[in-house]
Design a protein around this ligand. Structure first.
Ligand SMILES: COc1cccc(CC(=N)NC(=O)c2cccnc2OC2CCNCC2)c1
Length: 388
């Protein structure tokens, strides 16, 4: 019945009104942490998915591309690429035992997965070392065997063993208890394909020809000094991004290594740009490549989707660009790289530009959660953390 598992976990009750921030339970002393993995149903066994091994990386890719998150109408499924997964799962401080898989004993088939990566998150004034949980996936044929609770307990145990007791995660489903509830938005770049695949529909009073014109973008970015980020920019980006994110109530704090890993461009994975004028970086914007398979479509197989990642503007950001101009240049570059759609959430300052830049409201919500940490509710525009 409702939230049987979550009622056993250190998270606020669904109807609790959180009044102050803080851990829900104390750190577990090492000698009280279970040293052996949680029991799995008979024919399954735990493994660490070794994504440095090409075959195992492909096994993980295949599990996710066939069984991971779909949209509410089961028309699209995330299709994270193998290169993307390697990037997403091996940031500074990553641990092999935090890429937990479940295999069938008889044929060694990978049938479930969950991951944790380290991060530093500032919650109001408190800097919290925690993990980001992501890619929880159970093969479609093993649903309702109550495997997800076991995966969550096992990754929690493995994270506890490394001395970490808080986590951050997102989900489309409403669980006890979101720290923030965000809406998602889409900006058409290739409206013809999006309409033909059913991702979006023609607005009333706007035929296809008018729709193509409505979403048309320039060939090249408009902001003077807008260029790809490079290694020499890392120090400036780290300083200016961490400073910019201080305006949000909940936001990550990036080390220099974090900035190198998350923002130096990687073909087909992450795209990052800076605005440089008079030898000074004043603006930054990034987006990541997350295509979606189109389930059972005869002609189109994929939606090429870009997802807004982090950005900043120095000072009041009015010197060279506004948030609008900055995201607009990201749209222009994404279009020039043949993305079909540009997605984002209404967090950070995104809400200010959604209408002007012709984003349409998505049909769903993305809930943000903290594990073992009470946090007074955060409005989306006060949230500065973007997960993959
Ligand atoms: C278009 O293909 C889809 C395939 C699967 C699910 C969805 C809807 C959806 N759930 N979208 C989002 O969660 C989303 C929408 C805008 C921006 N970021 C998002 O999610 C990110 C962050 C959380 N992990 C998934 C990727 C769409």
């Amino acid at each position: 019945e409702d939230f049987k598992f979550w009622k056993t976990q250190p998270v606020p009750a669904i109807d609790e009104e959180v009044k102050e921030d803080g851990p829900i339970e104390a750190d577990t002393p090492y000698d009280q942490i279970k040293k052996e993995p949680y029991a799995l149903p008979g024919s399954f066994t735990w493994c660490n998915v070794n994504i440095d091994d090409k075959e195992e990386l492909t096994e993980l890719y295949t599990l996710l591309t066939e069984n991971y998150v779909e949209d509410d109408d089961a028309m699209f499924r995330f299709d994270y690429s193998a290169e993307f997964l390697k990037w997403a799962l091996q940031p500074p401080g990553w641990k092999p035992q935090w890429l937990a898989g479940v295999r069938v004993k008889s044929n060694n088939k990978l049938v479930a997965f969950i991951s944790a990566i380290p991060a530093t998150l500032r919650v109001h004034e408190h800097k919290q070392l925690l993990v980001e949980i992501n890619f929880l996936c159970v093969h479609k044929k093993l649903r309702s065997k109550r495997l997800a609770p076991v995966l969550i307990k096992e990754i929690t145990r493995r994270v506890h063993l490394e001395g970490t007791f808080q986590a951050l995660y997102t989900a489309g489903v409403h669980l006890p208890k979101p720290i923030s509830v965000c809406r998602y938005y889409h900006r058409s770049l290739n409206p013809k394909k999006l309409i033909e695949t059913g991702f979006s529909h023609l607005e009333k009073n706007r035929n296809m020809a008018k729709t193509i014109k409505y979403y048309r973008l320039p060939e090249k970015p408009l902001i003077p000094g807008f260029r790809e980020m490079k290694a020499e920019d890392v120090d400036s980006v780290q300083k200016l991004l961490n400073t910019y994110l201080e305006k949000y109530q909940v936001a990550p704090v990036f080390s220099r290594e974090d900035v190198e890993h998350w923002f130096l461009p990687v073909d087909n994975v992450v795209y990052s740009y800076v605005v440089e004028n008079e030898n000074e970086i004043t603006d930054f914007v990034s987006f990541y490549n997350l295509p979606s398979s189109i389930i059972g479509h005869p002609t189109y197989k994929e939606i090429k989707a870009a997802y807004l990642f982090y950005y900043f503007q120095e000072g009041m950001g009015k010197k060279y660009s506004t948030t609008r101009a900055l995201i607009n240049d990201a749209l222009i570059v994404a279009k020039s790289k043949s993305f079909d759609v540009f997605n984002c959430l209404n967090l950070m300052d995104n809400d200010d530009i959604l209408d002007d830049l012709k984003f349409g409201k998505g049909d769903g919500l993305l809930n943000y959660y903290l594990y073992n940490y009470r946090c007074v509710e955060v409005k989306p525009r006060q949230l500065g953390v973007v997960l993959l």
